[in-house]
Write a protein that binds this ligand. Structure first.
Ligand code: SAM
Length: 667
């Protein structure tokens, strides 16, 4: 996995207020006295190998080959879903000379929370009808589910701001000259980030601090409930697009009689015209509901923002045909709304779940658009040119893709290093230590996948290890293990250790990717493929996912411990709530059938190629209630374990309910 760096010259704007000006002695890129950031920015954007994993071309299935070719020629911009970090995605865009005209980002807020995704067990096709009936009778509202970690948002403020600073510079480097950027934050760090934005984009390019206010329950007891987010809007220069928006006046034209009183006719006409146009949207928005109040939009992605919010931003700061990018895309709302409004989109996110949610939601949106109007071929061509009902999914090969997202990969890694356990006596730089019978305690360093900068073992990091981390260790430590994902110029690094390491502690370097490579256990699928009446029918006979079974067992054990923890008799009355919880826990134990089909979320068949990126010629998705979504079209059918294609199937991809994908080639 070679890594190269794409040079870029991020210029801070002269004369800006900056955080801690006093330590900023060089008039170059330096935030506080932090050399780490300075060195990294100087080195460039980290560029990894990028693989196209799927091409979705929705219109093509309804157009002839020639029409598709013409259509391709007409395209000037690709719609992209990129799995990778913001910085590496920017490196890719910069390398390909792709510019964006509008950026909306809703990055982690440093909220101190860990975000989780609910994973829903689907229905066993053999019992689907029976289960549905039983559920109706028993009135079970809660579907069977457990939680999986998605991403962590626990940061120390200093690290967060350094990270944000780099991201803002990287994003600026791919913005077109007239582009705008909206950064969505809240009270946790918004005020600090505004100062960074002044520095990166310039105070003169500040446009608005938008307050998005909403109602909802609050846990805050000693202050006013915190019920607004803040969105900072900057542009790259004065020339940027701005289309002001109008909303209807709350009191309409009906009571005009009283309003106009004895006004002149001319004035009345002017007031009427203004009232008809509505009220100009100001920088405080209280008319947009959070997504949990717009049920039809919910994609089960925590932190999902409502479409109306993106619609307002995209309409205000871009025109049709322009490129809208979201580098922390989450559920893909920005991409979807951009596409609906005839803009091109670039969606970036580090989590596989975000890419899958966005992919599926776009596909469904294309299908809805197709259903909404019975289009002629000309109309299809026109609308696909405008809305581009196609996109590519790219995967940045940065070594973190194994377990769905960086948080889960971190957890997995810790469990894979045999004997590794927490050691309170060590500084938090070390992940823990291994106890060796001969060498005693061996501290272990693992790069933090949530902070990309630590993925590369380079001289600044090694400098920190030999001059700060190792000297601080207890005296009896003889050896440490340093894991890395990428190593920057190994011979030079070894020379650096030789010349600079004055400690007696041996530093052993180990490649983390080797541990990761050893544990890719695919799910196992048994199927039968038959040709029936000119069609191909694939029946999934059984599906075994060790990864999920392990998770479910852990979940059941937790439920069981809640259930059976002894209660002292005298406590029973006071602990009524606990008893109820325990009863719930008992009913929520998850059992998986022998055929295991309830662990499948999506089956996709590629009838086009086995050599290149994936083409989904037909697919079914099973939604969380067990209903089939057939090629993006919602149905009220339960899945029967089968999928039918009109062309000869070449390979099949199965996505389990936690997002792991397994591929099989047909013989
Ligand atoms: C607050 S959520 C975005 C929600 C989104 N606006 C929506 O409406 O669904 C933040 C997202 O940033 C992603 N993320 C975290 N660190 C990232 C990084 N360095 N690069 C790209 N994405 C990242 C997380 O996986 C998460 O999906």
């Amino acid at each position: 996995m070679p890594i190269k760096y794409i040079p870029y010259t991020p210029n801070t704007v002269e004369g800006q207020a900056i955080l801690d000006n006093l330590t900023r002695t060089r008039r170059v890129l330096r935030y506080r006295d932090n050399d780490k950031v300075y060195d990294r920015i100087k080195r460039g954007l980290p560029m990894y190998e990028v693989e196209t994993i799927e091409v979705v071309n929705f219109a093509s299935s309804r157009l002839s080959g020639e029409e598709n070719l013409n259509r391709k020629d007409a395209e000037t911009q690709r719609n992209l879903l990129i799995r990778g970090e913001c910085l590496s995605a920017c490196a890719y865009l910069k390398d390909k000379n792709i510019k964006v005209d509008l950026v909306y980002i809703d990055p982690p807020f440093a909220s101190g929370a860990d975000y989780a995704k609910k994973v829903y067990i689907r229905r066993n096709p053999k019992l689907a009808e029976k289960i549905a009936k039983a559920e109706e009778e028993l009135d079970i509202e809660e579907l069977r589910s457990f939680e999986e970690k998605m991403y962590g948002d626990i940061w120390n403020k200093e690290d967060y701001l350094n990270w944000m600073y780099e991201n803002l510079f990287a994003i600026k480097s791919v913005m077109s000259d007239n582009a705008s950027i909206y950064v969505h934050l809240d009270w946790h760090v918004g005020h600090y980030v505004k100062i960074l934005m002044d520095e990166v984009f310039g105070e003169d390019n500040f446009r608005n601090e938008i307050v998005w206010a909403y109602n909802g329950p609050s846990v805050v007891k000693n202050a006013f409930p915190r019920k607004h987010d803040t969105i900072y809007f900057y542009t790259k220069n004065d020339e940027s697009i701005f289309n002001g928006d109008y909303v209807p006046h709350k009191s309409g034209l009906h009571n005009t009689g009283q309003v106009f009183g004895d006004m002149e006719n001319e004035d009345i006409e002017r007031v009427k015209e203004l009232m008809e146009r509505g009220k100009m949207v100001q920088d405080w928005w209280d008319d947009l509901y959070p997504v949990d109040r717009v049920r039809s939009q919910i994609l089960d992605y925590s932190t999902q923002k409502p479409e109306a919010l993106l619609e307002r931003i995209i309409k205000a700061s871009s025109n049709e045909g322009m490129v809208v990018a979201d580098f922390f895309g989450g559920s893909g709302v920005t991409a979807k709304v951009a596409n609906d409004l005839g803009r091109n989109f670039i969606h970036v996110d580090v989590g596989i779940n975000s890419i899958q949610t966005t992919r599926d939601s776009l596909l469904q949106s294309f299908q809805n658009r197709k259903d909404a109007k019975t289009q002629s071929k000309d109309e299809i061509l026109a609308s696909s040119r405008l809305c581009g009902d196609n996109f590519e999914i790219l995967d940045v090969k940065d070594g973190v893709s194994l377990f769905r997202n960086p948080v889960q990969t971190m957890d997995k890694l810790k469990s894979l290093i045999i004997g590794l356990r927490n050691e309170d006596q060590l500084d938090k730089f070390w992940e823990g230590a291994i106890n060796d019978s001969k060498l005693g305690l061996i501290p272990v360093y693992i790069p933090n996948l949530l902070d990309h900068s630590t993925k590369v073992l380079d001289i600044p990091l090694m400098n920190r290890i030999i001059n700060e981390a190792v000297p601080d260790l207890p005296d009896d430590i003889k050896q440490v293990i340093v894991y890395y994902i990428d190593i920057d110029n190994e011979p030079e690094l070894k020379k650096f250790i030789k010349n600079n390491d004055n400690t007696l502690v041996k530093i052993e370097l180990r490649d983390l990717k080797q541990i990761l490579d050893e544990v890719v256990i695919n799910d196992i699928v048994n199927y039968e493929c038959l040709m029936i009446n000119d069609k191909w029918e694939i029946e999934i006979k059984s599906f075994i996912s060790d990864r999920l079974i392990q998770k479910i067992n852990e979940y059941n054990q937790k439920q069981a411990s809640k259930n059976f923890a002894p209660l002292r008799l005298s406590d029973e009355e006071e602990n009524e709530e606990e008893i109820i919880n325990r009863k719930d826990a008992k009913t929520q134990r998850i059992e998986i059938s022998e055929i295991g089909l309830e662990l499948i979320e999506l089956v996709s068949i590629d009838c086009t190629t086995t050599a290149y990126s994936w083409t989904s010629d037909c697919e079914i998705k099973i939604d969380k209630s067990g209903f089939v979504i057939d090629n993006g079209k919602k149905t009220k059918d339960f899945w029967n374990g089968k999928i039918i294609c009109t062309k000869k199937p070449l390979r099949m991809k199965i996505r389990n309910i936690a997002g792991d994908e397994t591929m099989v080639n047909f013989k």
